[in-house]
Design a protein around this ligand. Sequence first.
Ligand code: UD1
Length: 365
Amino acid sequence: MKCIDLIAGARPNFMKIAPIIDALKAAQQSGSSLSYRLIHTGQHYDRAMSGGFFEQLGIPDPDINLEVGSGTQAEQTAAIMVRYEQVLLERPSDLCLVVGDVTSTMACAVVARKMGVPVAHVEGGIRSGDWTMPEEINRVVTDSLTNWFFTTSETANANLRSSGVSSDRIFFVGNTMIDTLMKQMPKLQPPLFWNEVGLQAGHYFVVTLHRPANVDGEEQLLRLLQAIAAGSEGLPVIFPVHPRTAKNLRQLNGQIPGMHYVDPQSYLEFNYLVKHARAVITDSGGITEETTVMGVPCLTLRDNTERPETVTIGTNELIGTDPAKLAPALARLMAGQWKQGSIPEKWDGRTAERIVAIVEQLLLK
Ligand code: UD1
């Protein structure tokens, strides 16, 4: 029997870990001797950012919750490290499987590797080249400690090879976020405010913003929102507000016409909104993968992306953080001149199965 620690800590982790749990359960039913324990670090802890996702995605209750809660990144990193080390001291595991690029991903990878537990990184190898993003630092640190990489793209494979990782440690498997999206697609449901706002498919925008570059300065946030309102030609704009952004929105205090601020949405409601939107305007990385698969135009308010296939193959375009760039892009969109896009290789809903089959070989061979 080999035990895998599955680490989940923040909202974008939950949809990546859910299909891996499903695939592990399926393997166990077919006689596999892999076992796992689900460890929630507690980086995200409230219902809107965490609990609702567990329910909707059918993720079992965590076996262990490190309950670190809010704090600066150093405080969160430190608390996760101290508490995960204690877990491993009490009961070691055979593999630490981390996903994505959040603080929890990096913190657990450091602890595991120092304690002699091998690390597998799902979504390894992606790089934005932007060292102002905490996620980029998390990616580089995590990948420098990772034994086995499960990658979403050939670009990620090339990044890893050029940093000296040998090919036998890189497994190009696809995208577990898309496993979740494909599984949940038939269950997507409109949010409660759909009728209240009078939303119609194809006739509204979805906005999400939470990167410090866009939301930490009031002036920048205000200018972006004004540019979005101006370019959306009177269509409603639905803005599920991340807690980080909420703090700064309150300071702005100015109502922008057509802008509907709503709480962070749970998975089924959020992706229903995305699927039926005219376009999504975002500074998230993961959402650009979901819009690519759903064929929904996506305008990314960043200067770079660690997911270039969403631009070269998918429906995403990098607009940058300058609010003045939004007007021409939105004009092209409204004139029906957005690209169609297609789905990247291996984003087929079966990535987690591949990961579990490989982990089985690595641990049980
Ligand atoms: C984190 C991730 C980011 C991810 C984002 C998605 C890192 C470095 N960043 O950024 O990659 O895209 O989550 O949501 O890991 N808060 C709540 N309730 C919660 C969680 C957080 O109110 O359940 C508050 C915190 O107290 C904090 C703010 O939201 O004030 C930001 O949360 P935090 O986890 O620190 O970082 P994010 O900006 O969310």
